[in-house]
Design a protein around this ligand. Structure first.
Ligand code: TTP
Ligand code: MG
Length: 394
């Protein structure tokens, strides 16, 4: 098996990352269920070791529920600086294979190893070496998916988790994809899946073979995009960059503003910008922050977690508006010289969305966002904005 692939992409993702780091630093946790997350009354699970997952514990679950499901677990507050340190070591390993490393989050990246084949061998050999070197550098396991593009590599890394190595041979993509359920496929939510089902489209294979009219009927202009994915085609490039820890936008006004509707219009515009950048990177945000500076240069920030991680303009805007209005109740008619909106607690959007993730974002809200993104891509950034932003522009 020494043939060279035309394009070779790796998706690599650490196993139960925070929990594994905790276990690395405290060997007495070996073999025990470990749950890392907020330990306060409103805390949520960041991650659970695979032992704890057997009891049904998973990320984003309220900690109180995790305690009921798995009372015998070790509960640990996250130590983010330690996770960042390990993350740097992991990314240093990635960089020894290729400079084309696109960090998605602390524990996850795409690597374009097309040109690495001459130096490091077959795509499978490279995938195995990545695993070996990460283990050597950190003592931790990582799951690796190897495929011809990002879409497939991301699916592949999940196939064999934990400590997986799954190579999706280019000539076997169809047999792999065809039986997978189309429900929940990236961008196909609760609204669309039943419509496809009514037309007999339950699997990715059925979507691939569907009549063009039938598909267009349900998916509209996006139908060709989905058909390409269903064929296993995806030409998105690996863009070298470090994972973002937060995304934000702020503005300093020429003259301070106290009119709340003007300030809200600015927040709406910032929510559009920030959530569009989240969607471009297929990220979800867990926390929204607004930043406010008055004429005396007093600066405050107000943050709150979302019920479920989101990248919807509407959800991000609503939370920012609530934070702003809370602040305003205590500071009537204070003029602002600076207003900003940021999101943090970023994580990657998986192909198959959690049910909880869908609850906060209605499918219609999501598709409005996607249509707006598409139009803006074609006609430039000023193509589509929400009505409130327009009011401010005039
Ligand atoms: P993931 O890679 O999604 O999860 P994981 O590494 O814990 O487990 P898996 O083996 O399935 O890859 O996320 C990486 C880390 O990001 C995770 O260890 C903790 C953090 N995280 C949160 O804080 N909140 C979340 O909702 C998720 C999904 C992750
Ligand atoms: Mg992981």
């Amino acid at each position: 098996m020494s043939e060279t692939w035309e394009r070779a992409i790796i998706h690599a993702d650490m196993d139960a990352f925070y929990a594994s780091v905790e276990r690395l630093d405290d060997p007495s946790l070996a073999g025990l269920p470990v749950i890392v997350g907020g330990l306060g009354p409103r805390g949520v699970v960041a991650t659970a070791s695979y032992e704890a997952r057997l009891h049904g514990v998973h990320s984003a679950m309220p900690m109180a529920r995790a305690r009921r499901l798995c009372p015998q677990a070790q509960f640990i507050q996250p130590r983010s600086s330690r996770y960042r340190e390990i993350s740097r070591a992991v990314f240093d390993v990635f960089m020894t294979f290729t400079p084309l490393v696109e960090g998605l989050s602390l524990d996850e990246a795409f690597l374009d190893v097309t040109a690495s084949q001459r130096l490091f061998g077959s795509p499978r050999a490279i995938g195995q070496s990545v695993k070996d070197q990460v283990l050597r550098a950190t003592g931790l396991t990582i799951s690796v998916g190897v495929a011809a593009n990002k879409f497939l590599a991301k699916l592949a890394s999940d196939m064999d988790k934990p400590d997986g190595l799954f190579v999706m041979e280019p000539n076997r993509v169809r047999e792999f994809l065809d039986p997978m359920p189309v429900a929940g496929m990236w961008g196909i939510g609760r609204r669309t899946a039943p419509k496809l089902k009514r037309r007999g489209i339950l699997t990715i294979g059925q979507l691939r073979r569907a009549e063009p009219e039938v598909l267009a009927d349900v998916l509209g202009q996006r139908s060709e995009h989905y058909r390409r994915l269903a064929r296993g085609e995806d030409d998105r490039e690996v863009i070298p960059r470090r994972p973002a820890r937060s995304i934000s936008k702020e503005i300093t006004f020429d003259a301070s503003i106290d009119d709340p509707s003007e300030l809200l219009a600015e927040l709406q515009r910032q929510a559009e910008d920030v959530s569009k950048r989240l969607r471009e990177r297929t990220l979800l945000a867990g926390t929204v922050t607004v930043k406010l500076r008055d004429d005396t240069f007093k600066t405050v920030t107000r943050s709150r977690s979302l019920i479920a991680p989101s990248n919807s303009t509407r959800t991000v805007y609503r939370m920012a508006r609530a934070l702003f209005e809370n602040w305003r109740r205590e500071h009537r008619s204070t003029a602002l010289r600076l207003l900003g909106l940021g999101v943090s607690g970023l994580e990657t959007e998986s192909l198959y969305a959690h049910d909880e993730g869908e609850a906060a974002d209605t499918p219609s809200g999501r598709s409005i966002d996607r249509v707006a993104d598409e139009i803006n891509r074609r006609f430039g950034a000023s193509g589509i904005v929400h009505a409130q932003t327009l009011r401010r522009n005039r």
